[in-house]
Write a protein that binds this ligand. Structure first.
Ligand code: COA
Length: 342
């Protein structure tokens, strides 16, 4: 079984936010060449949320953070550190974290931005856990917020990605635990992180940027040729996602001497319902141990895991003492997962 030999952190507050506006598959049918049937059979998605023009990624994040702070019974001024995962920040510079820190009214704490795309929240949890072991922090806020719908290409060229993504944010407040040697350790217990940059071109937003052989950060041609929208080779991404999401779960179980019977919940990144089904079949996971929100939110990138935590808690699947494994995959390629005793 899992053991705890050093200080660790536990989740004491959970929050989320999704924009009010719902975009159904039928609405997508009316603006691009797609069908509800194609989207539901290929991805499991029925609808997704779309941010209002008055909202930015930081606003989605702040709403989720306030929810998490209230859940923890804390104020923004109680926070000692913030780790923020996003790949759609308000600005290229500065990062999203400082905007959230300011809008929330935190003390001048470090607000660290982290890139991991759809693996961002799993990476942020593991980063926060590492800080909890090496510095004198008490409360750490972990945030995932993405606003993908504003960069999608809703024309024929972009339809394989445009139907997948939705907007949303989630946050967890971690409390650093000082007690060691518990008989049943709780909180963040173990993490797996990985990346393979040779796959970067299979899922990317090519422009703007500071790559070689581009004299400008962005050009009119970049915009006209839709280079500012995500490009995705769906089949390649699917193949790698399916492999690494399963590998993450099996490795986390193997090195902690656990079987599926010991796990209460598997929380996969919500990229495609078919990916979750493959994971369920390959590992023999009973349906009641899986969590899914993709039907109503689509792929919300770094908000995907915390939106699942919230759903699992609301539905009664996630209880004090539940043993959870998360598993993610994203652009990069990146992957990762967490073992958590709630
Ligand atoms: N509506 C209708 N048809 C569409 C479509 C859409 N939104 N998007 C693509 N198609 C068409 C394609 O043009 C293609 O047509 P063709 O056979 O005439 O050439 C056909 O559907 C099949 O396309 P393909 O891309 O091979 O489909 P797929 O079965 O691989 O499903 C995805 C596409 C995107 C759903 C799937 O590849 C996937 O989910 N990949 C992983 C995506 C992911 O997880 N990304 C995020 C990772 S964090």
């Amino acid at each position: 079984m899992v053991s705890s030999a050093s200080p660790s952190s536990e989740i004491v507050g959970l929050g989320s936010y999704v924009p009010q506006k719902v975009m159904t598959n039928q609405e997508l049918e009316s603006i691009m060449d797609t069908t509800d049937e194609w989207i539901r059979t290929r991805t499991g998605i029925s609808e997704r949320r779309v941010a209002d023009v008055t909202e930015g990624t930081s606003d989605l994040a702040v709403a989720a953070c306030r929810d998490a702070l209230q859940d923890a019974g804390l104020r923004a001024k109680d926070l000692d550190l913030m780790i923020v995962a996003t790949c759609t920040p308000d600005y290229f510079m500065p990062g999203l974290g400082v905007l959230i820190q300011n809008k929330l009214g935190c003390r001048p704490i470090p607000a660290i931005d982290l890139r991991g795309q759809c693996s961002g929240f799993a990476w942020a949890l593991s980063t926060a856990d590492a800080y909890s072991k090496m510095a004198d922090y008490q409360y750490i806020l972990v945030v995932g917020s993405d606003l993908q719908t504003r960069i999608l290409d809703y024309s024929l060229d972009g339809r394989n990605s445009a139907v997948l993504f939705g907007d949303g944010a989630g946050a967890c407040v971690l409390k650093v635990k000082k007690t060691l040697g518990e008989s049943q350790p709780s909180g963040l217990l173990d993490h797996i992180l990985g990346s393979d940059g040779s796959g970067f071109s299979h899922l990317m937003v090519p422009r703007p940027g500071c790559q070689a052989n581009n004299s400008s950060f962005i050009s009119h041609n970049d915009i006209d040729s839709k280079k500012t929208a995500p490009y995705m080779d769906g089949r390649q991404v699917f193949k790698y996602a399916s492999y690494y999401m399963e590998k993450t779960v099996t490795e986390l179980m193997a090195r902690n001497k656990l079987s599926i019977d010991d796990i209460d919940l598997i929380i996969p990144h919500q990229a495609n319902l078919r990916l979750s089904k493959i994971l369920k079949t390959k590992l023999g996971i009973p349906p009641e141990k899986m969590v899914s929100v993709i039907e109503k939110f689509g792929n919300t990138t770094s908000a995907s895991l915390p939106l699942c935590f919230v759903e699992a808690r609301q539905s009664g699947k996630l209880k004090k003492g539940s043993l959870i494994i998360t598993t993610t995959f994203g652009s990069g390629f990146t992957w990762g997962g967490n073992l958590i005793r709630w």
